[in-house]
Design a binder for this molecule. Structure first.
Ligand code: NAP
Length: 248
């Protein structure tokens, strides 16, 4: 089950955190994984090393997901060289947390450019080869806060809620072309994005989590692997929550 032999996957933001675990998990099941990163080439190389340790294969590819032309060029290049693109994981994301009254226009613009427009441009570029193949899997990384809300995350939670709308719309638009589109909404996961939170804030989040702990990047990656697999062929337009029961 969950075999991905012969498939080609693109994971945005694969250099660190959840994206890195997704890259390794997809590669361990046989997919050739393109590890996208924004600027951290060393971290992307570390991901590639872990892919190879897991017996897999892949390559790294630098581009900014918010640059529509760069995204299109990258996907065209992957398809030209590898002949296909089966799986797209829109994982690249940023969080510039701030109370509403302090939010600056540039913070809103950067967050939406990366989290929302970045995912949309990647979906657009990937849809062409997927439609041609009459098969594809797109998984968008949303967040628990898209549905629950969270003080200090007005911009971030709005961007992650937008991804749920995007997921549901594309699921309806491309189901007849054999492409499924789903979202994974993680809860509180230990990565660079959350490591800077004060200990007290971390403890408060864990206290609101029925399973009583933070999640791991591997637990999120497992959900992505399922949605990317043939076994998930009748699942589209869904939000798979990996949050320890934090929001039910
Ligand atoms: P992270 O550790 O901060 O890593 C972010 C990744 O995104 C890095 O690989 C980074 O590349 C890449 N990236 C950022 N901007 C980019 C851009 N413009 N173009 C291409 N790549 C870009 O994040 P994470 O915690 O693993 O989160 C991954 C995803 O899960 C995000 O979408 C996040 O919103 C979502 N999520 C996380 C949590 C959590 O608790 N951690 C919870 C819910 C949802 P570089 O290494 O080159 O900088």
């Amino acid at each position: 089950m969950f075999k991905l032999d012969g498939k080609v996957a693109l994971v945005t933001g694969g250099s660190r955190g959840i994206g890195r675990a997704v890259c390794v998990a997809l590669a361990a099941r046989g997919a050739y994984v393109v590890v996208n990163f924004a600027g951290n080439a060393q971290a992307a190389d570390d991901t590639l090393a872990r892919i190879r340790d897991a017996g897999g294969d892949g390559e790294s590819k630098q581009f900014d997901v918010s640059d529509a032309q760069a995204v299109d060029d990258a996907v065209t290049d992957i398809v030209k060289r590898r002949g296909r693109l089966d799986i797209l994981v829109n994982n690249a994301g940023i969080a510039l947390d701030q109370l509403l009254i302090r939010i600056k226009p540039e913070e809103l613009e950067k967050t939406f450019a990366t989290n929302v427009a970045g995912s949309l441009w990647c979906c657009k570029a990937a849809m062409r080869p997927m439609m041609k193949a009459k098969r594809g899997r797109i998984i968008n990384l949303s967040s628990v806060v898209a549905e629950s809300g969270n003080p200090g995350q007005a911009v971030y939670s709005a961007s992650k809620a937008a991804l749920i709308g995007l997921t549901k719309t594309l699921a309806r638009e491309y189901a007849s072309r054999g492409v499924t589109v789903n979202a994974v909404a993680p809860g509180f996961i230990e990565t660079d994005m959350t490591s800077g939170l004060p200990e007290q804030a971390k403890q408060a989040i864990v206290a609101q989590t029925p399973l009583g702990r933070q999640g791991t990047v591997e637990e999120v990656a497992a959900a992505v692997v399922f949605l990317a697999s043939d076994e998930a062929s009748y699942v589209t337009g869904q939000v798979l929550r990996v949050n320890g029961g934090m929001y039910v």
